[in-house]
Ligand binder design. Structure first.
Ligand code: FES
Length: 356
């Protein structure tokens, strides 16, 4: 028979290439000669490999325990510091890495050092008869037998321990989806204390800001007066209270009913926490009066009370009502009138509570 024009092999053991050259048919080299591993011939080496596998599974168990202990034992409450958060993140990451790597490397080492390494092929046809089903069951039983899991209780027990514990970190993390949030986001440090209004101060040095310091087009990152005197741990208080302060031409502002006294001569203050998923809104486009969240590009129009004009955020940034005190410093006349930050199911209910 002649050669096929597409280069496929013909029955004479030759193939034709595009250039009409005829070459010998490629011979299947077959499997390389089987080499026995140390553990196949030396029972002590097999025992050693078994212990190594068990140690790797044990490392996985230790990793899971590190994760759980650092998750539950390290308190990230109101007083937590950056160092505490970093330590916990480090331990959670290391714990997860050890837990996953221990199981993965243990199984690879087990397969390479102890399980049979002969090649098997699987018949690919539909199982229709009882005989076929029995054959399939026998294959599964052979596999179980070949893994040696029945003969090697050390590996079996450590594997069971590692696999049983491995999902616990995920359960713990999913547990953080509940319980429902209380109204923590509805209250910030801007609420007047003992009738005293809080001054707006520069972030991070805490210098009070006079209305005359805020020129048209300028923008300030602002924290409430007194925040810096708190102990170092008040990260949550700061995270909730950060504000952006800007001044526009008063004629450019659209002010809705009820907010007439919330700004001062074109100076407006808005929560810096994006209403999408809480990144800091940090970019102010002076020409367009747009505030931009760098995380997912939500854009808020400052002239329209920070209405969302682009991006995934669904609510305007909450506005902080401000005025000027007798010495000319900017003060917050009240807390925010709505919870700050991203949306959550109970948010409307909390907003009603604030305004009732
Ligand atoms: S967090 Fe701001 S756009 Fe997503």
């Amino acid at each position: 028979m002649g050669n096929h024009s597409d280069g496929s092999p013909n029955h004479s053991g030759t193939v034709a290439t595009a250039g009409q050259n005829v070459v010998e048919k490629f011979q299947d080299p077959g499997l390389p000669p089987h080499r026995l591993r140390l553990a196949d011939t030396d029972p002590r080496a097999a025992k050693r490999a078994e212990r190594q596998v068990a140690i790797l599974f044990g490392i996985s168990v230790i990793g899971t325990v590190i994760f759980l202990v650092s998750y539950f034992a390290i308190d990230l409450g109101q007083d937590s510091t950056i160092a505490t958060i970093r330590t916990q993140n480090l331990l959670l990451g290391l714990g997860t890495a050890f837990a996953m790597l221990g199981i993965g490397t243990g199984i690879v080492h087990w397969a390479k050092a102890l399980m049979p390494d002969h090649e098997v092929s699987e018949e690919r046809h539909a199982i229709r008869t009882e005989e076929d089903r029995q054959a399939a069951v026998r294959i599964v039983e052979d596999i179980v037998e070949e893994t040696g899991i029945k003969r090697r209780p050390l590996i079996r027990n450590t594997l069971l321990g590692a696999v049983a514990l491995a999902p616990l970190p995920a359960l713990a993390v999913f547990g953080d989806l509940g319980p429902r949030p209380d109204n923590t986001l509805a209250h910030t440090m801007w609420a007047p204390q003992d009738g005293k209004l809080k001054r707006l101060t520069r972030d991070p040095d805490g210098t009070p800001i006079k209305a005359s310091d805020v020129t048209i087009g300028s923008a300030f990152h602002v924290i409430p007066e007194g925040l810096n005197e708190l102990q170092e741990g008040k990260l949550n208080a700061k995270a909730k209270a950060v504000v952006l302060l800007m001044r526009l031409n008063p004629d450019d502002l659209t002010i809705s009913k009820g907010r007439e006294t919330w700004s001062y001569n074109g100076i407006v203050a808005y929560s810096k926490i994006c209403t999408h998923v809480g990144c800091p809104v940090a970019l102010y486009e002076q020409q367009t009066h747009h505030l931009l969240c760098p995380c997912h590009q939500s854009t808020f129009d400052l002239t329209k009370e920070c209405k969302v004009i682009f991006g995934p955020a669904s609510r305007p940034l909450p506005q902080l009502p401000i005025a000027v005190d007798a010495e000319g410093y900017l003060v917050a006349t009240s807390d925010f009138k709505e919870p700050v930050g991203p949306s959550y199911w109970e948010r409307d209910e909390h907003e009603r509570l604030i305004n009732s």
